[in-house]
Design a protein around this ligand. Structure first.
Ligand code: ATP
Length: 235
């Protein structure tokens, strides 16, 4: 469905990703794990057109997208939940959700999707008139995911959804990622430092070091791999 082929990108004269290839099939949950600074966020931002692709190709459903502007990529069905959430703090929960549906004209369906995200995250329904900035970290993560879902993505790119959250909230967020994948067949590309949790919900995984993919395999194979256990799972 989405294929990243020998992609390079970076900032100024620094290449943050040097040669990255990733294949994501329709309906899969794929995780990208790696240490701080390995290039995981840059990979996501290159897919969604925020950081320009300098070499290689990114192909979504048969069409090259690496030179398209970010809003066109969102319109095609790829949506990112950025690291640090970046919700609109001075807008209410409901207004944040409306922003997620900004490019849509199908008002009745938008209303259905608001009901759907409120069913996924009932706490957001309770807080619909509160400012986003007054929510807890976990609630802001839920709002950021919900806002992305309002664009009805076919591929959801999630950047470190567990960052800074309590273990119970992390479990809840990961369970809902699985639910979104199952209920809507939404394809998920999940970047995580929390390799253990990510590999437990993923079908397959990629390991990134210094801007390159160094290993890939089924999630269970990576969980059983002694090097991965030592480097990323704390075993
Ligand atoms: P983390 O988990 O810490 O976010 P990451 O694997 O997502 O790490 P990136 O954020 O993609 O890694 O960073 C890859 C490299 O690019 C790092 O060396 C980082 O310092 C650098 N980098 C990231 N963003 C910028 C930027 N806006 N300007 C310059 N360099 C950047």
């Amino acid at each position: 469905m989405l294929s990243v082929e020998n992609v390079q990108s970076g900032y100024g004269n620094k290449l943050a990703i040097k040669d990255v290839s990733v294949e994501i099939g329709r309906g899969e949950i794929i995780t990208l794990i790696g240490a701080n600074g390995a290039g995981k966020s840059t990979t996501l931002m290159t897919i969604c057109g925020v950081v320009p692709c300098r070499a290689g190709r990114i192909v979504f459903e048969g069409r090259e997208i690496q030179a398209l502007p970010p809003e066109e990529i969102v319109r095609m069905g790829i949506c990112q939940v950025p690291e640090g959430r970046h919700i609109f703090p001075q807008l209410t929960v409901k207004e944040n959700l409306d922003m997620g549906a900004f490019l849509r004209r199908d008002k009745a369906e938008v209303k259905k999707d608001i009901d759907y995200v409120f069913s996924l995250f009932p706490i957001l329904a309770e807080r619909r008139n509160q400012d986003g900035g007054n929510l807890s970290g976990g609630e802001q993560q839920m709002l950021a995911m919900s806002r992305a879902l309002m664009a009805r993505p076919r591929v959801l790119l999630l950047d470190e959804p567990s960052m800074g959250l309590a273990p119970l909230v992390i479990r809840q967020i990961f369970e809902i990622i699985r639910q979104i994948n199952r209920e809507n067949n939404t394809t998920i590309f999940l970047v995580e430092q929390n390799a253990n949790q990510a590999l437990h919900i993923a079908d397959r995984g990629y390991v990134m070091e210094n801007g390159r993919i160094t290993l890939t395999g089924k999630a269970q194979e990576l969980l059983d791999n002694k090097d991965i256990q030592k480097a990323y799972l704390g075993i």
